[in-house]
Design a protein around this ligand. Structure first.
Ligand code: NAX
Length: 328
């Protein structure tokens, strides 16, 4: 019998948290034979709402849920956790500059990175979802002294899934036919969903969808603006699809990647594809179930290189904006 995994979720009383924690407790992230203990971390004012989430978790009588630790204390929250899913952050308010948002949210990840280093299990892995997730992840990694760099991830899987859905719809195929979709760069409108290397039923996308202008313009814009379109339609930002992408990201890291496929997640660059080492950048990733690597040697044409370069430049700008949070 497996001993329980401890999984921390910050922002657990928020929208994504509400779509995420029940699925983890149901076994969708770690499998039907893996018990979990949920560490639900919130800020003080959200603790009453979090208590409601805890009540509902209890009322689900999940066989795999072996405990819940609701807290606003980071040392308690990250104690012995094997996974830290950092979802909580402050939403951008009207009139707030990007730099302000970076500063406000960036600070959160200083303390969380330190607490993870102090308290988490020695095998801890960290997935940052709260935006701007790449730069928040960079800050967290910087302050989590002693935790190896290959344990830090920022989420671009929702972008990958959105890109696959759009290509499937255009080709009139089921979404499962679309594979090898790499999202490069920052999780922001500059990210590049690489349709050149993606495949539909094993064939290169530009061969299946010959409408090149659609691929280079409409497709990219639709994927990049999808979040805004959901907000417009729903009156609230993507939550269930974001939580689903969190589940997909973790599963893809802890299970061997099928065939010669790959998935997208932002990791600490090792200089692959000429991307500056140390930046948290989205790459195509394969896993053997334990360790992961960046898929080497994918061809990139001038169009792709220009897009990736622009997104990497944005990552450098974000890093410069939070430089005071990157000292120790
Ligand atoms: P909500 O505002 O519904 O929930 C956020 C929760 O975080 C709140 O309950 C808040 O109390 C809590 N929180 C704030 N500061 C905290 C702190 N210091 N410690 C612990 N908890 C804290 O937002 P939601 O819709 O759930 O989105 C959460 C984050 O995910 C946002 O930053 C959002 O931008 C980001 N997203 C990232 C995506 C990605 O693909 N990487 C996609 C979805 C989403 O937009």
């Amino acid at each position: 019998k497996k001993s329980p995994l401890r999984v921390a979720v910050t922002g657990a009383a928020g929208q994504i948290g509400y779509s995420l924690v029940f699925r983890i407790a149901a076994g969708e992230m770690f499998g039907p034979d893996q018990p979990v203990i949920l560490h639900l971390i919130e800020i003080e004012p959200a603790l009453p709402a979090l208590q409601g989430v805890v009540m509902e978790l209890e009322d689900c009588a999940f066989p795999l849920l072996h405990g819940v630790v609701p807290t606003a204390d980071l040392d308690e929250g990250f104690k012995d956790v094997n996974w830290a899913l950092l979802v909580g952050s402050v939403p951008r308010k009207a009139g707030m500059e990007r730099k302000d948002l970076l500063g406000i949210n960036g600070k959160i990840f200083v303390g969380q990175g330190q607490a993870i280093a102090r308290r988490a299990a020695s095998d801890v892995r960290v997935l940052v979802v709260g935006n701007p997730c790449n730069t928040n992840c960079l800050i967290c990694m910087h302050h989590a002294a002693g935790v190896p760099r290959d344990r830090f991830f920022a989420m671009t899987r929702l972008d990958e899934n959105r890109a696959k859905a759009q290509l499937a719809r255009k080709a009139g195929e089921h979404v499962s036919a679309v594979t090898h979709m790499a999202v490069w760069g920052n999780h922001s409108p500059t990210m590049f969903p690489d349709f050149f290397n993606a495949r539909i039923h094993g064939r290169p996308v530009p061969e299946v969808i010959s409408h090149r202008e659609w691929l280079e313009k409409d497709f990219l814009t639709t994927v990049q603006q999808r979040g805004a379109a959901v907000i417009k339609a729903r009156g609230a930002s993507s939550a269930a699809s974001a939580a689903n992408a969190v589940i997909d990201t973790v599963r893809s890291l802890i299970q061997p990647t099928p065939g010669d496929d790959w998935h997208s997640v932002a990791v600490c660059s090792d200089g692959s594809y000429g991307i500056e080492p140390g930046l948290i950048c989205s790459f195509p990733i394969r896993s053997d179930g334990r360790s992961w690597h960046i898929v080497p040697g994918l061809p990139l044409n001038d169009f792709s290189r220009a897009r990736i370069q622009a997104s990497v430049e944005e990552l450098k700008e974000e890093r410069a904006m939070v430089s005071e949070l990157l000292t120790r």
